[in-house]
Design a protein around this ligand. Sequence first.
Ligand code: T4K
Length: 370
Amino acid sequence: MHTEKTITVTEPLLPDLEEFIPYLKKIWESKWITNNGQFHRQLEDALAEYLGIEYISVFTNGTLPLITALQALNITGEVITTPYSFVATTHALWWNGIKPVFVDIDPTTCNLDPDKIEAAITEKTTAIMPVHCYGMPCDTERIQAIADKYGLKVIYDAAHTFGVRINGESILKAGDMSTLSFHATKVFNTVEGGALVCHDAETKKQIDFLKNFGFNGETCVVAPGINSKMDEIRAAYGLLNLKQVDKAIEARHKAADYYRAALRGVNGVKVFEDVPGVRHNYSYFPILINAEEYGMTRDELYFKMRDDNVLGRRYFYPLISTFDTYKGLESSNPANLPVATRIADEVICLPMYYGLTEGDMERVLRCIVK
Ligand code: T4K
C-alpha cells in the first residue's frame, strides 16, 4: 500500500479564495452573470495587455476557438496539421467538414516539420494548422513563407503557449490567428476557458458575433454562430489568476531547471533545453526514453512510476492519426509519420506545476534515475 501522497502531472493554479469573494459579491449585486459582462470585458483588456497583443476574444474553452477560427477564415477542403497534439486540434477540422492532412514533426521541437509541409500541399489545401506543442515555438517564419508562397492561411493552436515570447514579441502575433486554452491543467486557467487571437478590429468583431450565435444586436444574425461565451464567474477568476501567472511561470522555470540538472547525464533520457531568445512558460516537462539505451521501455517506466504513486502522463500518445476516425486517411500511414510515431512511443510528461516541491521532484527522479 502507498503511504506517500499521489503526485499528479499537474495541479491547477487557484486564485486566493478570500480575494475571490468580493468579485462574486459584485457579480451577485449586478445580477449580470454572462453575455459580455464587466469582468469578461476586463479580462479581454487585461489579457491583451499581459500577452502584448491587440485583439483577443475569450471563449468558454480552448476547443471552440479552433472551430470558430476555421469558420471565421472560411477554411474548407484540406488543412495540413500535426498528428502529435491533443485530439481537439484535429477534431476542430473534422467538425468543420475539413480533411486533416497529417505531416510529420521535427524531433527537436515536436512541432510540424517545415521541410515536410510542401510535399503535402494539394490544390485542395487552404490552410496550415500547426501546434506549438508543450509551448515550444514552431518555426513560424518558415511556415509563413510556405503559406505565402501557396496562398494559405495559418491558424496556430497555441493552447500550450500562454505568455511565450520570442525576442520579446508574443508568439501569438504569428499567423492569421492563434487559439489559447485556459483549462484547469494549463499554465493560466479560468477553470474551463480559452481565447482566439486575431490581428485587426474587424476580424475581432466577426469572431465576437460568431461566439454569440452570430448576433449583431438584438434582431440581426450575421452568420451561423455558436455559443462559446465566457461567464462572469470564470472571467473574474481569470482576472485574479492573471495577477499570479508570472510567479507561477517562474516557479515552473525553477522546477524545469531542477529536473534538467538531474536528468541531463542519464543515459537514454532526453530532456528539452530552452531556446535562446525564447521566454518559455514550462507548461509541460516532456522527457523521451530511448528503451535500448535506458534499459527499459517508456511504458515500463511509466507503470513503475505509477507503482510509486507518481502519475506522469504520456502526452501525446497515441498519435491522433491512430484513432478510429482518422486512421483510414492516407496521411495517417505510420510510414508518413516516423518521427511522431517514435516520439509518441518514447514520451512521458513529468509532474510540473506551481507548488511542486523539491521533495516531490526527488520522488519523481527516484523513479527515473537508477
Ligand atoms: N489544443 C491542445 C494542443 C490542447 O492540449 C488542448 C487541451 C486543446 C486544444 C483543447 O483545449 P480545451 O478545450 O481542453 O480548453 C487535459 C485537458 O482536459 C485538456 O485541456 C488538455 N489539452 C489535455 C492535454 O489534457 P486530461 O484528460 O489529460 O486531463 P485530466 O482530467 O486527466 O487531468 C490531468 C491531471 O490534472 C489530473 O491527474 C490531476 C490534475 N487536475 C485536473 C483537473 C481537471 C487537477 O488537479 N484538477 C482538475 O480540476 O486532458
